[in-house]
Design a protein around this ligand. Structure first.
Ligand code: GH3
Ligand code: MG
Ligand code: MG
Length: 426
């Protein structure tokens, strides 16, 4: 099974890529053309991956063309001047201009036709030399055409259709000069034509393979990018799932533990206070018993929303501690600030006005809260903070529920002295 089979087929771009990949695997010249949108992306990719290569090959071609002027020394001076004119006034400057062009990034989309044009200048230059060749069978420069065919198909990274078009024009130009102008002997012409044809077939095959593989490479790079994005998204979702409570959407216990650890260390470093509020829904068992478990779940969601709205700053963490207990971690807040937030939460839950006909403290759903605050020292553990908040919560329950008890303080919300210590009958 391929990695492609695994991709969901619904994404049209991916479908297009999979089809193109299949076509490239099956082979054939038509596979060397993607649908327009993909093709223009491939152009960009091709350009980026072949630019250096093209520059090196043009520079090498320029040097070779210049150095090959040495072979012209065999010619009589008058003929040599013609050839040198072709070589140094026409072809070399054209190659140099083409090379310079490759450095102009905003014209990069024309790089293929420009390289094809430079190659054409080179091949027509050699055909010109064939024309001026003073040797008896005018075959002195013919091998240059073979060299250029090799270069065009493999060295300069021309795309298949550019290389094919170039080779046809070059061959035609050579044949016209050889047949109609130079009247090259039949035996030489036949030999040369077959060799050119053979070189083109071999060159075209190599060029086709290179482009085919480069296209596959391009498609693979998109697929890999796509897979990567999907994996990243899945891992983000998984992480979110692993730290959130399924019922309320708040952080879960694991998230709370890790945030507490993190913020505890930070508070220790910065020597700032960190506060924890622990909430517990009052008489919730009775709520469940009277309204049913589903209504109980809906009630927990509303309470969680109300409390979660008070985690406002980075580092503030609202989480479900378990059952009908919630926590709000407030790094940077001291006991007074945290007690005020706890009181606001208590009021927020009360003002939801969720009817609770069987509560012993109110006609609506209420929460009790225990608040603790510490500046962590190196010898204290965050467990101490949780334990103190828990103790305060227990005290709030004992003092009559629907109230906030900061550690070591008397309760807020309801006057502690008027509160009856009641317990929910279970
Ligand atoms: P107190 O005021 O002393 O806190 O009394 P309480 O009835 O709230 O406390 P208790 O510990 O006796 O009961 C807690 C109840 O919360 C019992 C359990 O069925 C209920 N509960 C815990 N988790 C869930 C939940 O996810 N959904 C629902 N619907 N009920 C839950
Ligand atoms: Mg409880
Ligand atoms: Mg309770």
């Amino acid at each position: 099974m391929d990695m492609y089979d695994d991709l969901e087929a619904k994404d049209p771009e991916i479908e297009m890529i999979v089809t193109a990949m299949d076509a490239l695997r099956k082979g054939g010249i038509r596979s060397l053309r993607f649908p327009t949108t993909l093709e223009s992306k491939f152009d960009e990719y091709y350009f980026t991956n072949t630019l250096k290569h093209i520059q090196v090959s043009l520079l090498t071609g320029l040097l070779l063309f210049a150095v090959f002027g040495i072979v012209d020394l065999q010619l009589p001076p008058a003929d040599r001047m013609h050839v040198w004119f072709m070589r140094y006034v026409v072809v070399c400057p054209t190659i140099a201009a083409g090379l310079a062009f490759t450095f102009v990034s905003r014209l990069r989309r024309f790089i293929q036709p420009v390289v094809a044009f430079v190659m054409l200048a080179g091949s027509l230059g050699i055909v010109g030399m064939v024309y001026f060749d003073p040797t008896p069978n005018q075959n002195y420069y013919y091998s240059g055409i073979l060299l250029l065919i090799m270069g065009a198909f493999t060295f300069v990274s021309l795309k298949f259709w550019y290389a094919i078009s170039w080779s046809l024009v070059t061959t035609l130009a050579y044949e016209v000069i050889a047949v109609f102008v130079n009247h090259t002997s039949a035996i030489t012409l036949e030999q040369n034509t077959f060799t050119i044809g053979g070189a083109i077939i071999i060159g075209a095959f190599s060029n086709y393979l290179m482009e085919n593989f480069l296209r596959r490479d391009f498609l693979n790079s998109i697929l890999l990018k796509h897979e990567n994005q999907k994996l990243q998204q899945a891992s983000r979702e998984l992480r979110l799932l692993s730290i959130s409570d399924a019922l309320t959407g708040l952080g879960n216990r694991r998230h709370f533990d890790s945030m507490l650890n993190h913020e505890w260390m930070r508070a220790m470093r910065t020597e700032t206070p960190i506060s924890l509020i622990m909430f517990d829904v009052d008489c919730f068992k009775l709520y469940n018993d009277s309204y049913g478990h589903q209504a109980g779940d809906a009630c927990l969601r509303m309470v969680a929303d109300a409390i979660g709205g008070f985690a406002r700053r980075p580092g503030d963490t609202a989480a479900r501690f378990g059952g009908e207990e919630f926590v709000l971690l407030l790094p940077g807040d001291d006991i007074d600030q945290a007690a005020s937030v706890a009181e606001l939460c208590r009021e927020a839950v009360e003002s939801l006005k969720i009817p609770h006909g069987h509560s012993t403290v109110s006609s609506v759903v209420t929460v009790s809260a225990g608040v603790a605050s510490m500046v962590p020292g190196s010898d204290t553990s965050s467990k101490v903070l949780v334990a103190s908040a828990d103790r305060s919560l227990y005290q709030a329950k004992r003092e009559g529920r629907n109230r906030v008890v900061p550690v070591g303080c008397t309760s807020m919300g309801m006057d502690v002295h008027q509160a009856h210590v009641v317990s929910c009958p279970t």
